[in-house]
Design a protein around this ligand. Structure first.
Ligand code: NAP
Length: 257
């Protein structure tokens, strides 16, 4: 039987905030496929919730990692080096922009707001991968990040997050080219709208969900479970020939005229 087998693989998953997080949906699929997981959380505020979720996936560890703090990233790398010695899976499910930069005029985006959104939501993919490289290149690895259609379309209210996603997608290709010779694949999953904490920060998100379900070929929204499955596929050997790609998991929204 053909199935996703990640037995013996070590997976670092960034971006679990709660049970609604897309990173959590991916983590559950990776665990079901046999991977051993480390979930990171962005601050003390999230610690107990993430520990509680991790407790439902036996063998899963949790570590703090704010992606704007290189010391914390390096501490995770040191911990995983001592604990596992290699890393075969990296999931980037982190994004942030100031609330005022996700409403109103895009032209009003401040320098600081632009830098923060781009640092957390895009640069962190490159920075974390670079700092984890000695672990990732040990056995070869697969990296997946989460992106959105606003990378290539003008979407009301997404503003600076669309800029960050455009950079993230460009980085996917550039990193795939550079890391390919090391046996490291880099892809992104472009998810249709899913009701999560981050999504609720986008003004008019509920209308967007309704609109997407009406226009999508499948006449419904995508589930986080479906996003998790697609990511698990890309992270597995079933996708061994795929790198530098953006895979749309949007119930057939993007391709519609
Ligand atoms: P989410 O559950 O709110 O996840 C976003 C995560 O980013 C949270 O865990 C958040 O932690 C974390 N984060 C923010 N700043 C951070 C920092 N400095 N260091 C480390 N982590 C930080 O929402 P989500 O929708 O699942 O988002 C996951 C990814 O999917 C994002 O890249 C998002 O853009 C993408 N995406 C979402 C949708 C959708 O409709 N939901 C569609 C397409 C793509 P805090 O809670 O502490 O800030």
């Amino acid at each position: 039987m053909l199935s996703i087998d990640l037995a013996g693989r070590h997976a670092l998953v960034l971006g679990v905030a709660n049970h609604r997080s897309l990173a959590w949906a991916i983590a559950q699929k990776l665990h079901a496929a046999g991977a051993t997981l480390c979930l990171t959380y962005a601050g003390e505020r999230l610690r107990s919730g993430v520990e509680e979720l991790a407790g439902t996936l036996p063998g899963t560890i949790t570590l703090p990692m704010d992606v704007t703090d290189d010391t914390q990233i390096d501490a995770v790398a040191a911990d995983l080096t001592a604990r596992w010695g290699s890393l075969e899976v990296l999931v980037h499910g982190v994004a942030y922009a100031n609330k005022e930069d996700l409403e109103g005029s895009f032209l009003a985006t401040s320098r600081a707001g632009f830098q923060l959104a781009l640092e957390v939501s895009a640069f962190s993919l490159l920075n974390v991968s670079q700092r984890m490289l000695p672990l990732l290149e040990k056995q070869g690895a697969s990296i997946v990040s989460l992106t959105y259609l606003a990378a290539e379309r003008a979407v009301p209210s997404y503003n600076v997050m669309g800029s960050a996603k455009a950079v993230l997608e460009q980085m996917t290709r550039q990193m795939a080219m550079e890391l390919g010779p090391k046996g490291i694949r880099v892809n992104a999953v472009s998810a249709g709208p899913v009701n999560t904490l981050a999504a609720r920060g986008i003004r008019g998100f509920t209308d967007k969900l309704k609109d997407a379900a009406e226009k999508a070929a499948l006449k419904r929204n995508v589930s986080k479970d479906e996003v998790g499955s697609a990511a698990a596929f890309l992270l597995s050997d079933l996708a061994s020939g795929i790198t530098g790609e953006v895979l749309y998991v949007d119930a057939g929204y993007r391709m519609m005229a």
